[in-house]
Design a protein around this ligand. Structure first.
Ligand code: XMP
Length: 507
């Protein structure tokens, strides 16, 4: 595998994505929390960029003697400057910040790193400092017009440094450069595929779990479904899945998803807890109180169900790699992740050992693994859906009647998106119930009813999002259908806010 040392750059995850696209496994570690390097296992190291300047007193530091000369090393941007500064070179502030596209005007194609990369190749720069003197023993291997030291190689070593970012697509030969480093210099085999992941994961799960029992909460979403199928293939009916109907799912989703899971052969128990959730939500208006109530009831219901499985030892979870990176990132775990470390007060199931078969995968890799496992596209392509469900799409207090109205409107909306071939193009969509009444006219009657808002966004990871420019005829059809068919609704509006400053959900 390859180790990526993260100095806090916004592009670090992108480096990992590119490495994995080449079917090579890699892991990211923050510079201040690095594992012991086992040179039998690790084939090479990549240093990321950083928002810091190497000239700052509090700039991130690592012990170079662990890497340089020990293993092939590719240092990107900050990494390149760091090695220069630590090994007898010099880094100074550039007179202007160098940001954006540039073209190589010198390249040494004899050098392994630049094999097949021509002069003029476009590269992408983003830095405020520049290397004015290369470190000892370094040979210049590429330049651009404004950045003389665009890349250097420390002679007689496998240490390479580049000022530009090969991981962004604007560096047109970035992938080739990474390939040169990973395959030709590190000697990696490109054999990390979905099929290989499935084989090794199932073997590891069998080894770790033996005859133990695992409980796992299924949500209908991609991650928990793929985790369940992997576990099921490893330990069969010793995997006990629990699927809770909180009454806040999409219309008919509980029945359909439960049926689908049973069809997949999973050992699953559905639990109808609609009333328990609704009664705890009664009268609650504040979004945070609503979330807390739902979280609390879920834990109670799940704990009860888990206790029915005798002799259970493990809790299965669909945790994926971005969650793991977040919890060990340069900036440390976020406040919310820290807040449940009150082990004494935890419900019993949370005291179980945790097994997380997807914790090394990014979302799209989870989908690919799911596909290779033969999981239905309906599950793999499902839009993200929040844990508190429709409760946070009904502004203010939640009642059974409002849930029913919203389920109806939402199902019309989603079905029309599917019919128009737009569902898979939209990252997430849903309807929101607004507790606002407005005047309308239906036939000869004056109406005074509620508003449904439609939301559809494009996003990569939900952290930022833009509203989708859905075609007017599709919006017109959806609005007509909802107003004609959903009792209690006489007005439909479309949310045209991006995130930030708005959020995807309304609560
Ligand atoms: P926001 O509203 O913060 O949502 O822009 C970003 C993404 O997170 C989902 N979301 C949640 N998911 N529990 C969840 O499991 C929650 O409490 C929750 N709140 C928001 C939201 O649907 C979107 O995909």
């Amino acid at each position: 595998k390859i180790i990526i040392v993260d100095f806090g750059s916004q592009f670090t995850q992108l480096i990992a994505r590119r490495v994995r696209e080449l079917n090579i496994y890699c892991e990211i570690y923050p510079f201040n929390n690095l594992p012991e390097i086992n040179t039998n296992d690790v084939k090479g190291v990549i240093f990321s960029g950083s928002p810091y300047s190497v000239r700052q007193d509090d700039a991130p530091q690592v012990d170079l003697s662990n890497y340089h000369l020990k293993l092939p090393l590719l240092a990107v941007c900050y990494g390149a400057q760091y090695i220069a500064q630590k090994s007898g070179g010099e880094v100074q502030a550039s007179s202007t910040r160098e940001y954006g596209r540039a073209n190589l005007n010198f390249v040494n194609q004899e050098n392994k790193l630049f094999k097949g990369i021509n002069i003029d190749s476009q590269v992408w720069m983003s830095h405020g400092d520049t290397i004015t003197q290369m470190p000892e023993g370094a040979e210049l291997i590429a330049s651009t017009e404004s950045v003389k030291v665009a890349a250097y190689h420390i002679s007689n070593s496998d240490t390479y440094a580049i000022q530009f970012h090969p991981e962004v697509t604007h560096s047109t030969d970035g992938k080739l450069l990474l390939h040169n480093f990973l395959v030709d210099i590190c000697g990696c085999n490109q054999d990390w595929t979905s099929a290989a992941f499935i084989d090794t994961t199932i073997a590891e799960l069998k080894e770790t779990l033996g005859n133990d029992k695992v409980v796992l909460g299924l949500s209908g979403g991609v991650d928990s479904s793929v985790a369940a199928v992997l576990l099921h293939q490893a330990i069969g009916t010793n995997l006990h899945c629990i699927f809770v109907d909180n009454g806040l799912l999409r219309k008919d989703e509980y029945e359909q998803v439960l049926e689908q899971y049973k069809h997949m052969g999973l050992n699953i128990k559905g639990i109808d807890a609609k009333d328990r959730f609704l009664s705890q939500l009664a009268g609650l208006k504040d979004p945070e109180l609503k979330r807390k109530a739902i979280g609390r009831v879920f834990i109670e219901v799940f704990d009860d169900a888990a206790h029915e499985v005798t002799g259970v030892n493990w809790l299965g979870q669909g945790t994926i790699y971005p969650d793991v990176i977040e919890s060990i990132s340069v900036n440390g775990p976020s406040a919310t992740i820290k807040s449940h470390h009150n082990v004494g007060g935890l419900p019993d199931f949370m005291k179980l050992k945790v097994v997380e078969p997807l914790k090394t995968l990014f979302k799209d890799e989870v989908r690919r693994v799911g596909k290779a496992l033969g999981i239905d596209d309906v599950i793999l392509g499902r839009h993200p859906f929040p844990g508190p469900g429709l409760a946070i799409r009904i502004l203010g207090d939640v009642t059974a009647e409002k849930v029913e109205i919203l389920q109806h409107a939402d199902s019309i909306y989603i079905n029309e998106l599917k019919a128009a071939g737009l569902y898979d193009k939209v990252w997430q969509a849903g309807a929101i119930f607004l507790p606002v009444q407005s005047v309308g006219v239906m036939g000869d009657e004056r109406t005074y009813e509620n508003v449904i808002c439609l939301r559809a966004v494009e996003s990569v990871d939900g952290m930022t999002a833009d509203w989708c420019h859905l075609p007017y005829p599709v919006l017109a059809k959806i609005s007509n259908e909802i107003i004609n068919k959903v009792k209690g609704i006489n007005r439909v509006v479309y949310d045209i806010s991006s995130k930030p400053p708005a959020t995807i959900e309304w609560e």
